[in-house]
Design a protein around this ligand. Structure first.
Ligand SMILES: Cc1cc2nc3c(=O)[nH]c(=O)nc-3n(C[C@H](O)[C@H](O)[C@H](O)COP(=O)(O)OP(=O)(O)OC[C@H]3O[C@@H](n4cnc5c(N)ncnc54)[C@H](O)[C@@H]3O)c2cc1C
Length: 419
């Protein structure tokens, strides 16, 4: 009988976790390679996720528990695949693992972070606040082990974190490692990045402080975000009582993203409920081209639409400007249904930015074909290599999980065709 080889999963978001855990629970060895210091991907950055509107942990925690109970799933964080060669059932893979500078003795006490004198932009919060160079991405991170960012850390000349750590967990002399694996199948699950809205001149992203992206809005509303879940605007910390959402900020535009990002309408409807629940006297206005809430999501649209404090305006936004004295934001748009121009003032504006496959800017090192927008062309993949979820098209968590579950079976079949 053929040897039962490992399945390699590149990317540790919901898609990658699902593929790995399903493969392992079916009796196959699975290894995840994740480039950030933690598993969970973008879902970990959401406040709540539809359809159930539960916090990310309700889905992620179950997966982490399944992993802890199954020795057949292992993972590398801060790791990327450098080289792939071979064929179905017999791929040689080279993995580069960056140093974390913190070992398994870390108990997550935060003493290193308190002692660290260096501040850097908080990437997990999309730059809305700062974090230390000795940090943990968020309070539910898995693994719950601190990390030292060597792009900002002053190294041995400072070493205040080393002195502060009572557990001998910090090793500033850790070096990058190379890991070579032989695997039977490979699952590409490297997910998505947010479209860079600063390319949309007229919408003020990056120039107007109270114009934020939809992912920044997720962080602002999250209990473990920069404002501890209180929806406050960035310029002055004022409570946001009047908000606008601008749909298709880049999507469905041949000069930017010539496709629908699938989840942005649902994301804005969801985020309108964050505000409405937090401040009962608040108002939200959603500017849209078409509201797209496929399948059973339509019912969520009806529910939000029935709220008298939520206004849905069909019309493209022409311009967003800032009042320099108050920092309020003015949106100019055409109300197509009423046939008139609108000029309205808001405390904050959220740009519903689309999903861009991570492979648009960072290709996976193998002979893979991509669409002009960076999506993997599945038919171009060699036998035994599979792509899941948002690498093929923008999708939600439910579709990513379904796709990854199917691919887990296919990857096991490939792994069993070992040479
Ligand atoms: C504003 C907004 C709100 C959303 N809200 C919802 C919601 O409420 N409900 C819902 O169902 N969906 C929602 N989504 C969509 C949801 O985020 C995606 O469906 C989900 O993240 C897909 O998971 P994934 O694992 O495919 O990708 P990701 O979550 O992007 O995970 C990919 C992982 O791969 C890692 N990675 C990337 N490149 C490499 C590499 N080269 N090597 C190793 N690792 C790599 C990344 O660090 C990441 O951990 C929302 C999206 C947006 C933009």
């Amino acid at each position: 009988m053929a040897e039962n080889k490992k399945v390699l999963i590149i990317g540790g978001g919901m898609s990658g976790l699902t593929a790995a855990i399903e493969a392992a629970e079916a009796g196959n060895n699975a290894v995840i390679v994740e480039k950030t210091p933690f598993l969970g991907g973008r879902v970990a950055q959401l406040n709540k996720y539809f359809p159930k509107l539960c916090p990310p942990n309700c889905g992620l925690e179950i997966n982490f528990k399944r992993m802890k109970n199954n020795a057949d799933v292992t993972f590398y964080t801060l790791a990327e695949v450098e080289k792939i060669s071979g064929e179905e059932g017999n791929y040689d893979v080279t993995i580069k693992v960056k140093p974390r500078y913190v070992n398994d003795k870390c108990v997550g006490c935060n003493a290193c972070s308190e002692a660290c004198p260096v501040e850097m932009p908080n990437e997990f919060n999309f730059g809305l606040d700062k974090t230390k160079a000795a940090y943990i991405a968020h309070n539910q991170a898995f693994p719950f082990t601190y990390v030292i960012d060597d792009r900002h850390c002053k190294g041995a000349s400072c070493a205040k974190c080393v002195d502060a750590c009572k557990y001998d967990a910090i090793k500033l002399d850790m070096k990058p490692e190379t890991v070579n694996l032989n695997v039977g199948a490979i699952v590409l699950a490297t997910g998505w990045d947010l479209y860079d809205t600063s390319r949309l001149d007229i919408l003020g992203a990056g120039k107007i402080q109270n114009v934020v992206t939809n992912m920044q809005m997720e962080r602002i509303a999250s209990p473990n975000g920069p404002t501890a879940g209180k929806i406050l605007r960035p310029s002055d910390g004022k409570e946001v009582k009047n908000i606008a959402f601008v749909q298709c900020a880049g999507s469905r535009d041949e000069n930017h993203l010539p496709y629908c990002s699938f989840i942005c309408c649902m994301a804005s409807l969801k985020q309108a409920t964050y505000l409405r629940e937090q401040y009962p006297d608040s108002k939200a206005q959603i500017f849209y081209i078409d509201i797209r809430t496929p399948g059973r999501y339509e019912q969520f649209y009806w529910k939000v639409k029935d709220d008298p404090n939520v206004t849905l305006t069909k019309g493209k936004v022409a311009k967003i400007t800032e009042d320099p004295s108050t920092k309020d934001v003015t949106v100019e748009a055409e109300d197509i249904i009423a046939g008139k121009k609108i000029k309205a003032k808001f405390d904050m504006v959220v740009l519903a930015a689309g999903m861009v496959p991570s492979t648009k800017n960072s290709k996976i090192s193998d002979d893979i074909s991509y669409t002009p927008d960076g999506f993997v062309v599945p038919s171009s993949l060699k036998k035994g290599i599979y792509a899941v979820g948002t690498l093929k098209s923008p999708v939600d968590v439910a579709k990513s999980v379904q796709d990854a579950t199917g691919v887990a079976i296919k990857s096991i079949q490939s792994a069993r065709r070992s040479k």
